[in-house]
Design a binder for this molecule. Structure first.
Ligand code: FES
Length: 107
């Protein structure tokens, strides 16, 4: 957490069902677990219903959906989204977050 980031606890859900697993969700899960803390809880889930665009990651409580996440994306998601409150636009799932939408988190 940075000094300016809102004080939040995060739940990072990483799909480990078949399709996402085929596309590397085990490695994505491991990468997020390296950042697990009292502020960041990382959990594996079953299918989140977005199989064609996995690995799927959902972040709560702001209900952010990321698609095609790679282990290399994880440090940036952690720093930018969880640390600074700015979604990582390049991996936002367009079904939930239209490209013209804001990338700031709701208050
Ligand atoms: S297998 Fe991951 S969203 Fe369906």
């Amino acid at each position: 957490m940075t000094d300016t980031a809102p004080c939040r606890r995060w739940l990072v859900q990483v799909c480990r069902h078949r399709s996402c697993q085929r596309h590397g969700s085990v490695q994505v899960l491991a990468a997020f677990r390296q950042h697990q803390s009292r502020w960041i809880l990382v959990a594996e889930t079953g299918c989140l219903g977005q199989c064609s665009s996995g690995p799927t990651v959902r972040i709560m409580p702001d209900d952010t959906w990321y698609c095609q996440v790679t282990p290399e994306d994880v440090p940036q998601i952690v720093a930018q989204h969880l640390g600074q409150g700015q979604r990582l636009r390049s991996r936002l799932h367009p079904r939930f977050h239209p490209p013209e939408g804001p990338n700031s988190l709701p208050e």
